[in-house]
Design a binder for this molecule. Structure first.
Ligand SMILES: Cc1ncc(C[n+]2csc(CCOP(=O)(O)OP(=O)(O)O)c2C)c(N)n1
Ligand SMILES: [Mg+2]
Length: 591
């Protein structure tokens, strides 16, 4: 039996489980693991500038491709605590990442040793397993179990904390005969799906709500097939955006309080039945439950048994992986279509399509400074259906969801539930590592961009080219808008007179100078007609220099974006598009 250090076994298992990349930064307590990485030689390491950045890179990496698991590595103490936000955002959106931390030697764990923190306890509520391994011989089993857990049921992160002496301990381990544990995914039964289809058939105005679980299960094609056979329109959630292309006739729009379309909410309110698959009835999707639920029958399919009934009691619940369920839904629908027992939904689908045609928001503004709506119109022109958008939170993210177009799964990569500022930049780098051929376009407000701006150096060092659209209103815009309720504009201004950059006219930070200082290319735009040519120029610079390219667009300081507290009272601040010229890139044209 080969004898080796526990860390060498750990790295051999990473390799056997298909890991080709890790994100992190070394420290004394994790150096043995780094020596094993070096010895193994098959795993690339991307050196983050902040450990939180490494955790978001890992999440972006997981989200880019079905089957990927991002791995982030840090030393003991503050490295682990820095990655807690990454564990939270991954857990909140059901994304598996593996976080590996160094730790003080076992015998000193209770002695308040230098940088010894009980990271396993800190991480517990955010992970499926968070453990400080106390015996070197338990290291292989712990890593094996970690992959089993991350891939089974509802995906979630795992943290493995390795004391220095445990890493160095010698064990017997045979990498050649190692095999991953079987993955557990519950499947719907035929009887359950028949019953759900009975309820759908009995409805007059049914909808499908497709959540991130459909993307996690790589089941978007099955979803679209089921929608097409039954003729039932689809409302994707924010996490499910891309499961059905935006320009598909049965794509009925997103519903919700912020990241929603006017036609999506109107269609949801007009429906009498909702079949939710792989979704969790997020409160920013439902708004108030009495409004959301009134007069509607609900069927809920989810992989996690305890999700059924968590937010409200559905009329019928099925515990299943989205792919397993949708295979049966398609089978049942095909049989019923052949038997002629599926109702004709064309009138209802036509009404939904008419709302999509007539309830488009206006995007074509000529104002200087630029209005944000215009930015997304130009992005729609510049970027094609393969583009992978990455963003986090803010007015920028909300408006992006209202105005951008997404056509495929994993093309909208967004920290939906946790929304940690700063996530965008490192997550985009993780996507670049996972899919070097992709066109990756990150979108940040100025504050989100400033949160983890140092990670730009990682993109420059490791040649991870992507375009970062930075919409600068010199405001914590979303919070400014939220403060209207309190009639204040307090502690939300990012504007100041930059003594080094008077041409910014009080917009504060010179993002172009910072980005260039970190080794990236950067351009600034003041005029709406310059946005498209600058994005085109950014593509060229990206190809030429193989580094991140920042396109900063100076926005008007105050723009309120449509949002509300109920899906039937979303407040609109701009006009509806009345002519095609008002929203030239809208998917469903007015004429
Ligand atoms: C770590 C963290 N702190 C605070 C918030 C609350 N928050 C949400 S959006 C936002 C302002 C974002 O400003 P910016 O990135 O410039 O985007 P804008 O809304 O102006 O488009 C804040 C402070 C958060 N999401 N994450
Ligand atoms: Mg801002």
């Amino acid at each position: 039996m080969p004898r080796m250090r526990a860390v060498d076994a750990a790295v051999a298992i990473l390799q056997a489980e298909g890991i080709s990349d890790v994100f992190g930064l070394p420290g004394a307590a994790i150096n043995p693991f780094y020596s094993a990485l070096k010895g193994n030689g098959t795993i690339r390491h991307t050196l983050a500038r902040h450990v939180e950045g490494a955790s978001h890179m890992a999440e972006g990496y997981t989200r880019a491709q079905a089957g990927n698991i991002g791995v982030c590595v840090g030393t003991s103490g503050p490295a682990g605590t820095d990655m807690i936000t990454g564990l939270y955002s991954a857990a909140a959106d059901s994304i598996p990442i593996l976080c590996i931390t160094g730790q003080a030697p076992v015998a000193r764990l209770h002695k308040e040793d230098f940088q010894a923190v009980d990271i396993a306890s800190v991480a517990k509520p955010l992970t499926k397993l968070a453990v400080t391994v106390l015996e070197p011989a338990q290291v292989p089993g712990t890593f094996q179990q970690a992959f089993h857990l991350m891939r089974s049921g509802r995906p979630a992160p795992v943290l493995i904390d390795l004391p220095l002496d445990v890493q160095l301990g010698e064990i017997e381990f045979d990498p050649d005969t190692y095999q991953p544990l079987p993955v557990y995914k519950p499947s719907a039964s035929r009887a359950q799906v028949d019953k759900a289809v009975d309820l759908l058939v009995a409805a007059q105005r049914p909808l499908l709500v497709a959540g991130g679980g459909v993307i996690n299960a790589d089941a978007a094609d099955l979803l679209v097939e089921f929608a097409e056979i039954t003729g039932v329109p689809v409302i994707p959630t924010l996490m499910g955006w891309g499961t059905i292309p935006d320009d598909h006739p049965l794509m009925a729009g997103m519903a919700g309080l912020q990241t929603a379309h006017r036609y999506g909410n109107a269609t949801l309110l007009a429906s009498d039945f909702v079949l939710g698959i792989g979704n969790r009835w997020a409160n920013r999707h439902t708004g108030g439950l009495p409004t959301y639920c009134a007069g509607r029958t609900f069927v809920h399919v989810d992989i996690e048994p305890t999700q059924i009934g968590r937010v409200f009691a559905p009329d019928y619940g099925i515990v299943s992986d989205a792919s397993a369920a949708l295979e049966l839904f398609v089978e049942v629908a095909r049989e019923r279509a052949a038997a002629g027992t599926l109702p004709d939904r064309s009138a209802w689908a036509g009404e939904c399509a008419e709302r999509k045609r007539t309830l488009q928001r206006k995007t074509h503004f000529e104002n200087v400074p630029v209005k944000p709506q215009r930015v997304y119109e130009e992005m729609n022109r510049a970027f094609g259906p393969e583009t992978r958008y990455v963003t986090t939170i803010g007015l920028s993210q909300i408006a992006a969801a209202q105005f951008l177009h997404v056509y495929k799964p994993r093309r909208w990569i967004n920290a939906g539930q946790a929304g940690p500022l700063g996530w965008t930049l490192p997550a985009a780098l993780g996507v670049c590592v996972a899919d070097p051929e992709a066109t990756v376009v990150a979108l940040s407000g100025d504050y989100d961009f400033q949160f983890m701006i140092e990670e730009l150096a990682v993109g420059a060092q490791f040649n991870l080219p992507y375009i970062h659209v930075l919409v600068n209103n010199a405001y914590l815009g979303l919070i400014r808008q939220a403060q209207r309720t309190f009639d204040m504009d307090y502690c939300v201004q990012l504007s100041f007179d930059n003594v080094n950059a008077p041409e910014l006219n009080g917009y504060g930070v010179d993002h172009v100078a910072v980005a260039e200082g970190l080794g990236c290319k950067a351009m600034r735009v003041f005029e709406p007609d310059d946005i498209l040519p600058t994005l085109e120029q950014a593509k060229k610079l990206m190809a030429e220099y193989r580094v991140p390219v920042v396109v900063e667009i100076i926005l008007e300081r105050v723009t309120n974006i449509a949002m509300g507290t109920e899906i039937d009272n979303v407040v609109e601040f701009e006009d509806l598009a009345e002519r095609r010229e008002d929203a030239p890139t809208a998917v469903s044209l007015l004429d």
